[in-house]
Design a protein around this ligand. Structure first.
Ligand code: ADP
Ligand code: MG
Length: 252
């Protein structure tokens, strides 16, 4: 286990996701440029920036779903370089209250890609229950998606993203549509998962209220990375003020 809380940016010998010089141009417009980013295993890194800053585009580029320039590497302890297995929780889809699809159905529809799921209905149910147990959501297995609270839905999507267990977990605005108690539960869960599985966690958020409690590192971005550091350091920076406060003044 190599947990690098509050480690520096030197990845030598450590387990690390490293993005170097990443750029995205779409429809002739530069969306992202010269993005450099490190996430050590066991770390939670929070990506912040205004709407349209390119956070979701960066996730898609790392996932390989968005054409980009630059380099994405995952380095294991000891120096072996591989393509990382990435778990992804997309910006929350809203399900209709009357939607008849259950949590079990959702897992079964995704199961086509998991050889381990080619089993009897009973074995499959046990496997899904096991996946949900990772997020303390066993009791949700027969609930309809439309009846879940924001926090419960995030936990179910998180359980899906952990199957199979990834090297890197990415969550796009996991706290939007989740109440204060749900957010704290989700944060405790992410903390538990990163410790248990030595996961690298990269998440985007607009909620800065408890960043300092959970994020090992904060990356402020708008088209490119403007500031990287400890949560308070970034929130106290002129770059943060320029992006969030002065913008308001200009607009107001
Ligand atoms: P964020 O998640 O930080 O709000 P996005 O990554 O969704 O930002 O979007 C960044 C910018 O890129 C926005 O201006 C958006 O309109 C634009 N954009 C995203 N995807 C595409 C695309 N495929 N083609 C053109 N523009 C895009
Ligand atoms: Mg987004």
């Amino acid at each position: 286990m190599s947990v690098h809380r509050h480690g520096g940016d030197d990845c030598k010998g450590a387990c690390c996701l490293r993005v170097s010089g990443l750029g995205v141009v779409a429809e002739g417009r530069t969306i992202l440029r010269s993005i450099d980013l490190h996430v050590h295993c066991g770390q939670i890194v929070a990506l912040i920036g205004p709407n349209g800053a390119g956070k979701s585009t960066l996730f898609k580029a790392i996932l390989g779903q968005q054409p980009h320039t630059g380099d994405i590497q995952f380095e294991r302890s000891g120096g072996a370089k591989t393509r990382p297995l990435i778990g992804y929780v997309p910006q929350s889809p809203a399900f209709d209250r009357g939607d008849p699809v259950s949590v079990l159905d959702l897992f079964v529809s995704a199961a086509g890609t998991w050889p381990a799921f080619l089993a009897t209905p009973k074995a499959l149910r046990e496997k899904v229950r096991g996946s949900l147990a990772r997020v303390h959501g066993e009791g949700l297995i027969d609930q309809k998606l439309g009846s879940l609270s924001g926090g419960e839905l995030q936990r179910v999507l998180l359980a899906l993203a952990l199957e199979p267990l990834p090297h890197v977990l990415m969550l796009d605005e996991p706290f939007s549509g989740v109440d204060v108690e749900g957010e704290l539960q989700l944060l405790r869960l992410l903390d538990e998962l990163r410790r248990r599985y030595d996961l690298s966690i990269l998440l985007s958020t607009h909620d800065f209220s408890n960043l300092a409690d959970y994020a090992d590192k904060v990356v402020l971005m708008k088209e490119t990375v403007l500031k990287v550091g400890a949560p308070q350091e970034v929130m106290d920076s002129p770059e943060f003020a320029a992006v969030f406060h002065l913008r308001l003044k200009e607009e107001g």
